[in-house]
Write a protein that binds this ligand. Structure first.
Ligand SMILES: Cc1cc2nc3c(=O)[nH]c(=O)nc-3n(C[C@H](O)[C@H](O)[C@H](O)COP(=O)(O)O)c2cc1C
Length: 182
C-alpha cells in the first residue's frame, strides 16, 4: 500500500470556536482518499525574537518546524485582521522562514479564508501570497476559497453546512493533492 500524501493544516486564529479551525476540520472530511490532513495549533509559539532564536529554537518552535518538515503540502485557513494577516500566522511563518533548511521551502500550499465580513478574507489572501514569495512556498492560484458571512455557513457545533463552500474546499484539496502527485 502506498503512503498517503501528508498535508499539515493550521490557522491564524487562536480562538476557541474559530470558524477557520472549523473549516480545517471540514477539510478533513473532504480530502481525496490518498491524502491525510494533520491540523496543528500555533498557540504555543512564542513571539519571534532574534535574541531567542540565537539561543536555539524554543521547543514549541522546533516541534512546529518538524511538523511542517514532515508534510508534503500545507493548508492554511485564516481570518483577515484589519485587512491583513493575523499576528499568530505571520509569527509562525516568520519562525518557519528561519534557520537551516526552512521547512516550507519549495512546498505546495493551499490557502482559504473564512471571515465574518462579506469579502470572505480576500485582502488577507493577497498579503499572504506576497509572504509566500519570500518563503518560496507555492500557493495554488485556483480555486480561490473565500468563505464570507461565516456565521451563516456553519452550524452551532462548528460543522460547515454550506454546500458551495464544501465543493470549493474539496476542489482546492484535489488540486493540492494533484500538485504533490506531479
Ligand atoms: C482584530 C480583528 C480584526 C478584524 N478585521 C477584519 C477584516 O479586516 N476583515 C474581515 O472580513 N473581518 C475582520 N475581522 C472579523 C473576523 O472575520 C471574524 O472575527 C472571524 O470570525 C475571525 O475568524 P475565526 O472565527 O477563525 O477566529 C476582524 C476580527 C478581529 C478580531
Amino acid at each position: 500500500m502506498t503512503d498517503k500524501i501528508k498535508i499539515v493544516g493550521f490557522t491564524g486564529s487562536l480562538r476557541r470556536h474559530s470558524f477557520n479551525e472549523a473549516a480545517l476540520r471540514a477539510a478533513q472530511l473532504l480530502l481525496p482518499e490518498n491524502a491525510e490532513l494533520n491540523i496543528i495549533s500555533l498557540a504555543d509559539l512564542p513571539f519571534f525574537n532574534e535574541d531567542v532564536e540565537a539561543e536555539g529554537m524554543p521547543a514549541a518552535v522546533a516541534k512546529f518546524r518538524e511538523q511542517l518538515a514532515a508534510a508534503d503540502a500545507v493548508l492554511i485557513s485564516t481570518p483577515e485582521y484589519n485587512y491583513s494577516i493575523p499576528p499568530a500566522l505571520k509569527n509562525a511563518l516568520d519562525w518557519a522562514s528561519r534557520g537551516d533548511n526552512p521547512p516550507l521551502y519549495g512546498k505546495p500550499a493551499a490557502i482559504m479564508s473564512v471571515s465574518a465580513g462579506m469579502l470572505g478574507g480576500a485582502r488577507v489572501q493577497y498579503h499572504l501570497r506576497q509572504v509566500c514569495v519570500s518563503l518560496n512556498l507555492f500557493p495554488l492560484n485556483q480555486p480561490e476559497v473565500f468563505i464570507a458571512a461565516a456565521h451563516t455557513k456553519f452550524d452551532a457545533s462548528g460543522n460547515l453546512v454550506d454546500e458551495q463552500a464544501k465543493k470549493l474546499i474539496a476542489k482546492l484539496l484535489a488540486a493540492l493533492v494533484a500538485k504533490v502527485a506531479r
